[in-house]
Every structure is written in structure tokens, then in C-alpha cells.
Design a protein around this ligand. Structure first.
Ligand SMILES: Nc1nc2c(ncn2[C@@H]2O[C@H](COP(=O)(O)OP(=O)(O)OP(=O)(O)O)[C@@H](O)[C@H]2O)c(=O)[nH]1
Ligand SMILES: [Mg+2]
Length: 210
């Protein structure tokens, strides 16, 4: 199973500690809490839907030999708490936006979440990474929505979403613990400080040989 990225495996992370707050948003019953529970305790899965009000968790995670502390806000999709949602968006360094294949409306609702996130970020003059997660990929006979691009060609949801909002996309199954850790590794890839370091200049010889 695709659970973690190979390059993240290490028994001895270098001593480096950074905290990031990750907000998890999405419609009711799409599997937000199931994803968070799997991340926290890999064999924890609840087949019952117990609607969340708002939960806060801390998870230590090693990513590319560095240790990180993730502060995770598991928000409510069942209850409408716009003020709480806005505060969670404001606090977040990165966002996980979940929909599920068995709830087509949860896909439509992504638009609303994205508008809220964009508005919030514009007000604070910042940009944060967002990953859209298509959960419950284990369910049979359900397929991703498709769209037509400006040339009339059929494109998949992930191509559509990546083009529309320039965000990451990943299919997961919290039920089978498939790709759950990868969500957070992908976000850490975007958040990790080395991303912002200037690229090393190629050596003089390499420049000549180019
Ligand atoms: N088949 C399948 N079912 C899932 C998966 N993830 C979650 N579920 C089920 O979907 C239901 C809702 O899961 P939750 O994690 O409670 O959903 P939520 O998004 O946190 O819901 P709210 O807190 O109400 O917003 C539960 O019955 C879960 O067992 C999955 O990957 N596959
Ligand atoms: Mg929940």
C-alpha cells in the first residue's frame, strides 16, 4: 500500500523542529476525522459517523530527515460555524480540503471553501498550500467527476482542480489507510524551508558543458 514516501523514512531525523498548523475542511461525512485519526494512530478507524464540532490534535512527523510538529484542526462539515471556520483558515499554514466520491455535493462545495480560503488569504496578504483530497477511493463503481476543457476535451477532476486553483490533489482511503500520510508529506514538501532557499548555482564546468 502507498502509505508514505520512501525518502521520508529515517530512524534518526536531524534535530530540526518546526511547527505548522494544518486545517482540515470539507463537507459532512466525507471522512475528515477518519483521515486525521489514521494519521494519529494508524490502526484507528471508526465505521460510524460521529459528527465533529471542532477538534485539535498534535502530531510529530518526520519528513525528509527533519522532525516537524503538526497542529491539526479537524473542523465540522455537519454544523455551520462560519466564524470558527474563518478562524481556523486564518490560523492554518496549509489546508486539506476533502470531498468523497459517494457525496457528489461535497465536490460542488469545494468551490465555496476555496472562495473562503482565497478571500481570507487575500485579506491577510498571504498564500498557503492547499491539497484537495478525494477520499473513499475504495468504494466500488464510483468514479471521479469529469469536465470539458476550453477545447471540448474531457478532463479528470484532478486536472480540472489543479488547473483551476493550482493546488495539489490526492486520492485516499481512510478506511484502508491508503495515502493518508502522503497528504501531509505533500504539504510539508510545500512548506519546508529549503523550498524557499535560492537554487544552488551550477558549477563553472557544468555551465560550460550545458
Ligand atoms: N468506505 C469508506 N468510508 C469512509 C472512509 N473514510 C471515512 N468513511 C466513513 O464515512 C463516515 C464519515 O466519516 P467521518 O470521518 O466521521 O466524516 P467527517 O468528514 O469527519 O464528518 P463531520 O465531522 O460530520 O464533518 C464514517 O462512517 C466513516 O467510517 C473511506 O475512506 N472509505
Ligand atoms: Mg469529523
Amino acid at each position: 500500500m502507498l502509505n508514505t514516501l520512501d525518502e521520508n523514512e529515517s530512524s534518526e531525523p536531524t534535530v530540526y523542529f518546526k511547527k505548522f498548523t494544518i486545517g482540515v475542511f470539507g463537507d459532512s461525512g466525507v471522512g475528515k476525522s477518519s483521515i486525521v485519526r489514521r494519521l494519529l494512530v494508524s490502526d484507528d478507524y471508526n465505521a460510524e459517523h460521529e459528527p465533529t464540532v471542532e477538534e485539535f490534535y498534535v502530531k510529530q512527523m518526520t519528513h525528509r530527515n527533519k522532525a516537524y510538529e503538526l497542529h491539526i484542526i479537524d473542523t465540522s462539515g455537519t454544523y455551520e460555524f462560519p466564524a470558527m471556520r474563518r478562524i481556523a483558515i486564518e490560523k492554518a499554514d496549509a489546508i486539506v480540503l476533502v470531498y468523497s466520491l459517494d457525496k457528489p455535493y461535497s465536490f460542488t462545495k469545494l468551490e465555496r471553501y476555496m472562495e473562503e480560503i482565497t478571500r481570507c488569504c487575500e485579506d491577510r496578504n498571504r498564500k498557503i498550500p492547499v491539497i484537495i483530497v478525494s477520499n473513499k477511493s475504495d468504494l466500488p463503481n464510483l468514479s471521479e467527476p469529469t469536465f470539458h476543457n476550453s477545447y471540448g476535451l474531457k478532463i479528470s477532476a484532478c486536472v480540472y482542480l489543479e488547473g483551476r486553483w493550482k493546488c495539489l490533489w490526492l486520492a485516499t482511503s481512510a478506511k484502508f489507510n491508503l495515502n493518508v500520510d502522503t497528504i501531509f508529506h505533500k504539504l510539508l514538501d510545500k512548506l519546508s524551508p529549503e523550498k524557499s532557499l535560492p537554487r544552488k548555482k551550477a558549477s563553472f564546468m557544468k555551465q560550460i558543458l550545458r
